[in-house]
Each structure stands twice: as C-alpha cells, then as structure tokens.
Design a protein around this ligand. Structure first.
Ligand code: 3H9
Length: 705
C-alpha cells in the first residue's frame, strides 16, 4: 500500500483518502491505490460502506497533466482509469465520493464512477479538459450526460467551465451538499445508503439521455457557439461529438470511441501547445535566484498617479482586490473624466450580471480621487501611470521619493522607458520597479514586472505576489526599450506596416492574422490601443534611428492627420458610433502616396508571406531577447504573448510555435527575408545556432536550467 492513498475505518465505513498534494492529481499509483482500497473494503466484513475523499485542500483535480507528455513521446501508455470506475460501480457496498475543492477532469470522472456523491458547499466540479486541448478520456462524456442530462453535459464538456456545488446538486451530479464537516456528513450519508438494497450505477442510468429530436438542437447550438467562442480549436467540437456518441451508442462502445477521440486530441499540436501554456503560467512565477523565503512587503494601501485609461484601470485592479487606492490627477477635468470612466466600466459589469450594484459601491468607495499628494506618505505602493515621457516620469519620481514612507514600492507603468533612468531620480533605486499593465488594465491578465539594475529581490517578490493578488499573471522581465512584449510587438507591427506599403491591403493583413488565431489583426490592435501611443514613443526615440534603415511610414502619417484609432473614430480604418470598422479610402490614398514617394515597389502579397513576416519577426526578436537575458526563459515570452497580446493559446506562444514549425525552417525564412528586405531581418544568433544544431527553444531552456 503506497503513501499516496490512506486507508482508515470509522463507524463501519471504509475511508479511502487520496494523499497526493498539492491537488491530488491521478499520478501513477493513485488509481491503483484507490482500486486496492475498494477491493480491501469490499472484502472487509466490518465495512458497510466506502468513502473516497481527498486529503488536503481538494478532491482529485484531474489526471496528472505531466504524464501526458510521456504518452505523446511514446514513453508510457496511459493505464486506463476505466477499469477502476467499473470496479467502483460494481462494488456491492455503497461507494460515496466526498468532494471539496475541485473535482476536475479525471477527478470528476472518478467521482462519477461511484454510486453517490456528496460535496461541501464551496466545492466545484468540471470537465476542463478542452482548456488543455483534449476531451475527457475516462468516460466523462459518457457518464456526465447520464447524470446531468445532455444539455448540461454538452456545455460542461465543450466549454470546460466548472459548476458550483449548488448547481451540481440541481443538475444531479451530486446527491447532497454537506454543511460543516465533510467527512462526518459523508459517513452519515454512507451509513444511510447502506440501508438500501440497490445502489444504482451511473453507467446504467439512461433516462436522461434524451431523444434525437430533443438532442439535435442542443448539439447544433453548442457546435455553433464553439466555432464562435473557441475559434479554430478542435477539442470543443470533439467533446461535443463524444457526448453525442453517449446518446447513440451503448456505454462500453461510447467509452471506446471517447478514448479514441481523446488520443487524437492528445497527440495534436493544439493540445501540446495548451499544456505548455498551462504549465507556463505557473512556471513564470518561479524566478531563479529568488527563493520562496524572500520576504514579501505587505500591500495594504496603494496610490496611482494619472487617472487616464491606464491609471483608472490600475486603480480598479486595486479596488477589485479590496485594497484602498488613492487616484491622483493634476487637473479637475481629467480626474472627473477618469472617475466617470471607472464608474461606466463598473456599471457595465453590473449590467452584465458580473457582480451586484452593492459590490460596485464597495469598490468605488475604495477609490479616493484627489488632485494632491495627501496620504501618499501612508501607502505601500505608488504606481505612476502618466503618459510615456521620460522628463515627466523623472519629475514625478523625484516628488514621490520625497513623500513616500520607507519601504514603499515605487512602480512605473512605463511600457518602454528605462526603469533605471527613472530610478536614477530617486534616492532609493532598490524600491523602484516597472509594473507594465496592458490595456484595458482592469481586464488583461498580463503584468510585465520590470526589474531595474538596483531593484531589490524583496521588491520583485512583492510585485509578483501583488500580481497574483490582483488576479494577474506576473512575468519578470529585464530593462530595455519596450521590455519583452512591446519590443517584440514593435517588430510585428513594423512588418504589418511594411506589408501594407508593399501592397497588402490593411484588411488583408488583419484578416490573415485573425484567421490564424490572433484575437485581432495588428492594425486593428493599434487602432484599439491608440496610434498616438506608438507615435509618442517613436518621437521619444527618434534620435536612435539608424540612417538608411527602413522605417514604417503610414502610422505616423495617420497620427499627423489626427487619426489616433478608435478613440478618434479613425485610424487604419474608420469607425462608427458602435465601433464598427470599415476601410477608409483616405488611408488607401495615404498608403499609395507614401509608398510611391519612398519608391516602394507594390506587388501581390500572399497570405503565407503575411503570416511569416509578422510572426517570425516576433520569433527573431524573441530569440535576441533570450540571448540578452531580458526574458528569463522562452516560456516567459510565450506567457506574455498569450496573456497580453491575444496570441492563440492553441499555438502555445511565439517561441513554442516556432519550435513546432521547426527552427531550421523558421531560420531559413528569416534568412530569405534578410536577403529581400535587409538588415532588420538579420537572424538572431541564438535562432541560427539552434537551427544549425537541430534544437528547439524548449530544449535550449532545459539545458540551461
Ligand atoms: C484530465 O483529467 C483528463 C481526464 O479526462 C483523464 C484522461 C485519461 N496535473 O494551479 P495551481 C500543479 S486532464 C499535474 O497553482 P491553484 C500545478 O502545476 C486534467 N499538476 O493551484 C502547480 O504546480 P507547481 C483536468 C497539476 O490552487 C500546483 O499543482 N484537470 C495539476 O491556483 C498547484 O496548482 C485540470 O485541468 C494536474 N492536473 O489551482 C485541472 N493541476 O506548484 C488543472 C495542478 O509546481 N488544474 N497542478 O507550480 C487547475 O485548474 C488548478 O491547478 C486548480 C488549483 C484549480 C486545481
């Protein structure tokens, strides 16, 4: 008997406790240990009923995702969980699963192999496999419709969202909610069940499987929704297919087909990419050289300088996390505008039912708008969020250096400027850090945390902890122009513009990248972010431009024309009052005029060239960033792009995507572009080296770890 599973007895009930922290995943030994427990307690005459429960913070949160890589690399065959569940269902003694925390994926599947399920009020159950690019592979698509009905099962398997205990109860997934002590309640439930003669097996319950007539619209609607909300993704459609099979095939045959579909998905690049993204989000929190023991400064109060789009959004983040925040502006008008925007954003959320008007009132009460620096000596973090201009930022940092209490973190929301130069205007550079939020700051999950030369380890650890508290994914990056995300996006946007100048209509450039999976095309994205932001930055860095090197022409011209994007209803496109986008002949005329004046030869440009010029520009710059140590690992770049730039999860991020294409192929193209377009395409030495060695960025990172 392994330590992974504990076996105890209480009041005539055999208790099987899964003991595989942190989340009781079904790692090797766990299913076997549960099976051994069932066998042991079935044979034990003292035992009338059996309970399966999770030790620690949760029930089983699913299969061990790390094991999937072993299957796809041929190192391991997945030992099927199906025999375990059959043995559980076939137990002559009632088997009760007691759920707390999360019964996800294989965890819910195991739970559905029992006769009964009880849950604590805060428990959640779900089949989130599609978020990893796979479908339930241990009869989830076959048992769930039998317990919850076809509509609920289809929704849960296709979209992966969990349901709370109460909902699970009304759906028939759990049989009772236990208030108070879960084990005590489960024992009482189990002893009660032992009085019954028959314990129905979920696999034999066919009364909720519906008819072809009632099911057809459910599947049709789910398929239509999946195509819309999970664009280009295979798993949601595959999951719907598998649930549909439950309604047409006998249980055993349905399970066999489900397993085939599961494996098809598992071996697909989409799943490998999504699993990379899952672990990536957790890996970025681990910073070499900064241990878990590093002291973290507590953030109880905050202040934000600047109530514009970014400052307002940042203040909302603090308020959402229950942290009181001062919001300072320099003019009464700007402050009023900022507060009105915050109110509007919160009201929209209330209207959409995300939270109540009461919650909105609580959050608004935490935001203190003001025109002066009163109270700045009391706060634990000050975040400067004024527009991108070094002189202004330095001036502000000098003021807050005088005001802030010792130990206060001084953060800049700069998106491109040197954090070292900003810190140089203070007497405490160890307390200065960049916290680069992404617009809209209250929505986007990414927080780039920029480490300056002197930034203290505890300030880094505290900022990473703050990111978590604000429900963001914090990624630590080094200090350089644009850091990681914007430095790379500059190359991507540059190529998008060059393509337009060379003959690809803006719509086509956007459509190619959107259809490939980006949340929006590069030009639409600039319109949303505001073309003036980049314009201002380019002006700031104009002196660094190298003579003779091609620069993009159109975006600056659009700004000169007052076309700053959506906010002025005109940018690369024109926009109506509902933000509907249409092409604008004025833009086409400007493109032709500028291209002709610069002597750029116009030509037909293929979709493939659009894709490769833009995406490989990201990869090539990403490789440089890695060599320079600005990003810690390739996965940090991937997570930045997945959480901040709308890169499709099922492609894993730019560096992972390049690995899936093959670095020699990527490098070959980069060299071709260099031959055609010049030095901006010089291959990064790291890309060249790995391509020659036949390696991936992933392998390179592993070798260095
Ligand atoms: C599946 O079940 C397929 C089936 O149909 C069967 C087919 C045969 N495996 O997220 P956290 C690690 S597919 C391995 O920070 P939280 C995680 O990497 C699976 N490791 O905690 C982290 O490690 P580290 C379906 C896992 O409290 C640590 O645990 N299930 C797994 O914020 C803590 O995780 C899912 O997709 C796993 N399954 O959130 C659930 N889960 O400390 C995936 C976690 O080294 N998991 N780890 O960085 C989750 O959604 C969240 O982890 C959970 C806890 C909500 C459970």
């Amino acid at each position: 008997m392994s330590d992974l599973i504990l076996y105890t007895k209480q009041d005539g009930v055999g208790i099987i406790t899964v003991n595989n922290p942190p989340v009781n995943a079904l790692s090797p030994g766990v299913p076997e240990g549960i099976a051994a427990g069932v066998e042991q307690f079935v044979a034990d005459e003292e035992v009338q009923a059996i309970i399966l429960i999770g030790g620690g913070r949760t029930f089983i949160a699913g299969a061990d995702i790390k094991e999937f890589g072993k299957i796809t690399s041929g190192k391991k065959r997945e030992s099927s969980l199906l025999p375990l569940m059959l043995a559980m269902e076939d137990s002559p003694k009632p088997l009760v699963v007691a759920i707390h925390g999360t019964a996800f994926g294989g965890g819910l599947e195991v739970a559905m192999g029992a006769h009964y399920r009880v849950a604590s009020p805060t428990a959640q159950v779900g089949q989130p496999e599609v978020k990893l690019g796979i479908i339930p592979g241990a009869a989830g698509t076959q048992r769930l419709p039998r317990l919850a009905g076809v509509a609920i099962a289809t929704k849960m398997c296709a979209f992966g969202e969990p349901v709370k205990a109460k909902e699970a109860l009304s759906a028939g997934i759990v049989d009772q909610i236990i208030e108070g002590d879960l084990l005590a309640g489960a024992i009482a439930f189990a002893l009660d069940s032992a009085k019954k003669v028959v314990h129905s097996k979920p696999r034999e319950r066919n009364d909720k499987l519906g008819s072809p007539e009632t099911n057809a619209p459910i599947f049709a609607e789910a398929r239509a929704a999946a195509k819309k909300t999970h664009r280009n993704q295979n798993a949601p459609l595959a999951a719907i297919d598998a649930v549909e099979l439950a309604t047409t095939l006998p249980f055993e045959e349905g399970c066999r087909r489900e397993r085939e579909i599961f494996e098809q998905c598992l071996f697909d690049t989409q799943s490998k990419s999504m699993i990379h993204a899952f672990f990536g989000e957790r890996e970025v929190a681990k910073i070499p050289g900064i241990s878990k023991e590093t002291p973290v400064r507590e953030i109880k109060r905050a202040a934000v300088i600047g109530a514009g789009t970014m400052g307002g959004g940042i203040a909302m983040n603090f308020a959402n996390a229950g942290i009181p925040v001062i919001l300072k502006e320099s003019s009464a008008d700007a402050l009023a505008r900022g507060v009105a925007t915050i109110e509007k954003n919160y009201s929209n959320s209330v209207a959409k039912g995300r939270f109540s008007a009461e919650v909105m009132a609580q959050r608004m009460a935490l935001i203190k708008p003001q025109l002066n620096y009163d109270g700045f000596d009391q706060v634990d973090i000050i975040t400067e969020a004024v527009f991108e201009g070094m002189a202004l930022k330095k001036e502000i940092f000098s003021v807050i250096d005088d005001l802030a209490k010792p130990g206060c973190i001084l953060a800049s929301n700069t998106s491109t400027l040197s954090i070292d130069e900003i810190a140089s205007n203070t007497a405490r550079p160890q307390d200065v850090i960049g916290t680069h939020y992404f617009s809209p700051a209250n929505v986007m999950r990414l927080l780039e945390i920029v480490r300056g030369r002197a930034t203290g380890d505890d300030v880094i650890a505290s900022s990473m902890a703050l990111a978590k508290k604000l429900n963001k994914v914090g990624v630590l990056v080094g200090n350089c122009r644009g850091f990681v995300g914007n430095r790379m996006i500059h190359c991507y946007g540059r190529e998008a513009q060059f393509l337009v100048e060379e003959g690809a209509p803006p719509r086509k450039v956007d459509a190619v990248l959107y259809n490939w999976g980006m949340a929006m095309g590069p030009l639409s994205m600039s319109d949303l972010a505001g073309l003036d932001v980049g314009w201002r930055i380019r002006k700031e860095f104009k002196h660094l431009e190298k003579p003779g090197v091609r620069v993009a022409l159109v975006a600056d011209e659009l700004c000169e024309m007052g076309r700053f994007g959506q906010k002025t209803k005109a940018g690369w496109y024109k926009y109506d009052e509902n933000r509907k986008q249409t092409p604008d002949p004025v833009v086409d005329e400007a493109i032709l005029r500028l291209a002709s004046a610069a002597g750029i030869k116009r030509r037909e440009i293929s979709d493939q060239e659009i894709l490769e010029r833009t995406v490989y520009a990201l990869v090539n710059e990403g490789a440089r960033i890695l060599e320079e140590g600005i990003a810690l690992r390739p996965v940090d770049i991937d997570v930045i792009y997945l959480t901040g730039y709308g890169f499709p999860t099922y492609r894993g991020g730019p560096m992972f995507y390049a690995d899936t294409v093959g670095l020699s192929e990527v490098c070959k193209k980069v060299c071709e572009f260099e031959a055609a377009h010049g030095e901006l395409w010089e291959p990064a030495p790291l890309l060249k080296k790995l391509a020659e060695e036949g390696k991936t960025f992933g392998q390179w990172a592993k070798e260095r770890a």
